[in-house]
Each structure stands twice: as structure tokens, then as C-alpha cells.
Design a protein around this ligand. Structure first.
Ligand code: AP5
Ligand code: MG
Ligand code: ZN
Length: 215
């Protein structure tokens, strides 16, 4: 199963991808997580990505596409993957389709997780993330059992610097201008399915599993 998760910042892509990828037995590949990992390691890619991410802007397509195509060519992706945060522009979506097509493969479904703007802002301001496994928590809707610690791995929780009020606004603007058109792209390809992202986390997961199982 080759899945793309579409949705605005805060829609719950990371939250759902963590559990869905485990259930499907395929890796969760998140472009934002890969960029943050590169920053932690202090690589050239990390330094470059940081200069865009801290402003809430997109990292250039060429760099992002190269990073993801390399990642999905690894052996653990032979049976599929769950993409979270990629593609984010039409150019990225086309590059992904072209690369898969050369191997006779294609994206199976693009799941659009739909959430209203007010709710997105509420979610991002209360978000804490595990430094170790990237699991997202929320002080209101899904707090960790032990304060400041990840339920899954015990890792330390932190707040993303780009979750500040100003940068969140910028990320939402960028999303509507550059990423939202992908909804139509996948609709046109007959691959779009939609889930109501404003239900409880477990309900969203159930609906997601239901729509991807449907033909
Ligand atoms: P990225 O890391 O991808 O961030 P994003 O798209 O802005 O999305 P988020 O991670 O903020 O939201 P999410 O949908 O994963 O929500 P989550 O599950 O955490 O990208 C960051 C930056 O990297 C970009 O700005 C860009 O600079 C760069 N970048 C990345 N990919 C790129 C690309 N392809 N091209 C170019 N640049 C790229 O949930 C949010 C909160 O809500 C959490 O607190 C969670 O606990 C809570 N929550 C989740 N579900 C529910 C629910 N059902 N009910 C209540 N609360 C919920
Ligand atoms: Mg995320
Ligand atoms: Zn963790």
C-alpha cells in the first residue's frame, strides 16, 4: 500500500501516520521529520532546511524531492509506505508519480484529512512532540500519561519552534496557496479519499482504515 496523507498543518497527519503505518506494516515517511533529523545531526541539508522551516516557508522542491525519492528507494519501502507532508506542491506530486512509474508502481490512495482553520490553530498551540520517536501529543486533546515524557518510548517532549503563532499563520497561508491544489490533483487521478479529521483520534483512524480498504 502506497499512501499519501494530505492535510493542513495540524490536521493530524503525523498522529495518524504513526499508527496507520504500524497497522499496514509499512514505514512512515515524514518529510518534516527527515528535515528535523538532519538539523539535529547538523548536516548541510539540515542547515539549509532550517532557513526555510523557521520562516514557515517550503524547502525548495529539488532538495525535498531528492531526499524523499532516495528514502522510498530503500528496501523497507518495497511493500509500500505512508507519506506524511510530501508531496506539498504540484511539482513534487508529479516528480513522485514519474519516479514510481519508472518502476511500474503508483500511489494507491491520497487521504485528505479535513479540519477547520480554528481547530488547526488550537491544535498546534498545544502540541508537544517526542524528541526520540516524533509522536505528537496535545496538552488538551491527547496529553501524555507522564508530563513531558512520551508514552511510547519515554523520550523527552518538546515544542516545535515553527508552532509559534506567527509562523503557524504563515504555514497555513503557504498550505492554502501551494499544497491545497493537490486535493484536485489526486481527485482528478481518481485517488482521493476524504476523512473528517475533527473526530477523536481513534475515530479518525477507524474512518481512515475504512476508506483505504474501499476500492
Ligand atoms: P511538517 O513537519 O510536515 O509540518 P506540517 O505539514 O506543518 O504539519 P504538522 O506536522 O504541523 O501537522 P500534522 O498534520 O502532522 O499534525 P499532528 O499529527 O502533529 O513540515 C514542517 C516544515 O518542514 C514545513 O513548514 C516546511 O518548511 C518543511 N517541509 C516539510 N515537508 C516539506 C515538503 N514536502 N516540501 C517542502 N518543505 C517541506 O497533530 C497536531 C496536533 O493536534 C497534535 O498536538 C496532536 O496531538 C493533535 N491532534 C491530532 N489529531 C487530533 C484529533 N483527531 N483531535 C484532537 N487533537 C488531535
Ligand atoms: Mg506532522
Ligand atoms: Zn517517543
Amino acid at each position: 500500500m502506497r499512501l499519501v496523507l494530505l492535510g493542513a498543518p495540524g490536521a493530524g497527519k503525523g498522529t495518524q501516520a504513526q499508527t496507520i503505518s504500524q497497522k499496514l506494516g509499512v514505514p512512515h515517511i515524514a518529510s518534516g521529520d527527515l528535515f528535523r533529523e538532519a538539523q539535529q545531526k547538523g548536516t548541510e541539508l539540515g542547515r539549509l532546511a532550517k532557513s526555510y522551516m523557521e520562516r514557515g516557508a517550503l524547502v525548495p522542491d529539488e532538495i525535498t524531492v531528492r531526499m524523499i525519492l532516495e528514502r522510498i528507494s530503500a528496501p523497507d519501502c518495497l511493500r509500500g509506505f505512508v507519506l506524511d507532508g510530501f508531496p506539498r506542491t504540484l511539482e513534487q506530486a508529479e516528480a513522485l508519480d514519474r519516479a514510481l512509474a519508472t518502476e511500474g508502481k503508483a500511489i494507491d490512495k491520497a487521504v485528505y484529512i479535513k479540519v477547520s482553520n480554528e481547530e488547526l490553530i488550537r491544535r498546534l498551540s498545544g502540541r508537544w512532540i517526542c524528541r526520540n520517536c516524533q509522536m505528537p501529543y496535545n496538552i488538551i486533546s491527547s496529553p501524555p500519561r507522564v508530563r513531558g515524557r512520551c508514552d511510547a518510548c519515554g523520550g523527552e517532549l518538546y515544542q516545535r519552534p515553527d508552532d509559534s503563532e506567527e509562523t503557524v499563520k504563515r504555514r497555513l497561508d503557504v498550505y492554502f496557496a501551494q499544497t491545497a491544489p493537490l486535493i484536485n490533483y489526486y481527485l482528478g487521478a481518481g485517488k482521493l479519499v476524504e476523512v473528517n479529521g475533527e473526530q477523536a483520534i481513534g475515530e479518525v483512524e477507524r474512518e481512515l482504515l475504512r476508506v483505504i480498504a474501499r476500492d
